[in-house]
Design a protein around this ligand. Sequence first.
Ligand SMILES: [Zn+2]
Length: 201
Amino acid sequence: MTAHIPSERLYALVLDHETDAAEAAHLSICASCRQQVEELKQLLFDLEIARLSQPTPAAIDRYQAMFNSVQTQPSPLQRFVQQLRARLTWDSRTQPALQGVRNAAAHAYRQLYVATDAEIELMVERMGELRRVEGDLIDIGQDDAPAAALVELLDANGDIVHMVDTDDGLFHLENVAPGTYTIVITRPNGATIEVPALEVA
Ligand SMILES: [Zn+2]
């Protein structure tokens, strides 16, 4: 068994697109190193979002903290990159009792997404041709910790169409055109939660 690829080489492979035959061979047989490469790529994606966005000063501070953690914690990568994919667990449109309330159902619907350490409640309201998405991010198992986060709405092309900052977990995305989106929620510790394939109908 060859030794795992050291962190600085993982950075070189992903950040500088370097190639090395021996390391490529190791990656082909080592799930652990492949996982680290994937996590590093995800981190780069998040940092790219930070670069392309026009964040508020508070958001910049949070991203700065994220950069600092990248620089001071070289290994293992998963300590500071935690990509959590939230799962849709409840949708008011699928509830028989609520389907009877036609007016209310036509005007707004609610969804609940659950990730490992957080829940995201969403309410999509019809405002003429556009929609308003109201969200509530709730930390699970963290006593009184404010659910601060940067919330980004990405369209199907991965472009950021909305970006808001919350200190208490509550956020509003105004004037959202109907479509399918991804919500990326970045926590102060750099961990992100992704709500994939959010349908705004
Ligand atoms: Zn390895």
